[in-house]
Write a protein that binds this ligand. Sequence first.
Ligand SMILES: Cc1cc2nc3c(=O)[nH]c(=O)nc-3n(C[C@H](O)[C@H](O)[C@H](O)COP(=O)(O)O)c2cc1C
Length: 279
Amino acid sequence: MSGILFLKTKELGPLREFYVEKVGCEVWLEQADCTIFRHGNFLFGFCQRDTVETDAMLTFFYNGTEEVDRMFDALRDTAVSEPKHNDKYSIYQCFVRDPDGRMVELQYFDDPVIRYLAGDDLLLTRRSVREFLPDEIPREVLTRVLDLSRFAPTSMNRQGYYFRIIRDRQMLGWLSETRSSSTSPIANTPMAVAICADPEVTKRAVQDGCIAAYHFILAAWFYGLGTCWIAAMDRDDIKQRLGIPQDHYIATITPLGYPSQRQIETPPRKPLEEYVKGL
Ligand SMILES: Cc1cc2nc3c(=O)[nH]c(=O)nc-3n(C[C@H](O)[C@H](O)[C@H](O)COP(=O)(O)O)c2cc1C
């Protein structure tokens, strides 16, 4: 579900140039006398009319203060105020004007807000998170993540996977030491989640478990929560201590918490051609 904010303008051309070329928006839809732009999941449009609406302020938010600075540099010729922290709202912001004179705010939120990521942002920005804030995850947020995770595909729709929540500090400490640095991300997290599949329910416990785990990872990221796929957790001693039946499959045990760092550099990826055969 989404929505569109429409504003009146007299001239679409300069706005199109400003929002596409300078702000980096996409044209989402061209209609008879309206143009609708997309910035992440923010849709806003201008319609050509006899009057111009300039009272509204459009706010674009970014993943870090550096991105706000970079955008400000690109839009400096229309600047109203330089980037600075605003403690009242825990934000970092600056203002520029669009060609109609409308105020445009460029902003970074310091608060770990419940994010509303567009699909491409969700896939692009997800990172493996290994350092976490001590903040507890509100039950409502955790429930939403788990609820979204019910919609993973499964072989013959058998839905043989489940999530085992781990909050016990001693258990988290022990798990974090099972494979030295590989499992260390579990050490300082408010909780971890074992994503398991039951072979009595599905013949494809490995595939169903792994897909469910990735579904969970994306759902968590959507709500601003970091995870990290920890491999090789399908072990007898781990199952025994967690009370998971020995024949069940553990796809991963991921730490789960708010990332201590909001911006994590993307590990390099190979170019598209190296991923694709026969395009
Ligand atoms: C099957 C699999 C096993 C992984 N095992 C571990 C692990 O044991 N410990 C760890 O810290 N990260 C682990 N990772 C995370 C990868 O290191 C990470 O996905 C990769 O470096 C790319 O970074 P990104 O997830 O931020 O894009 C694993 C990822 C996958 C898919």
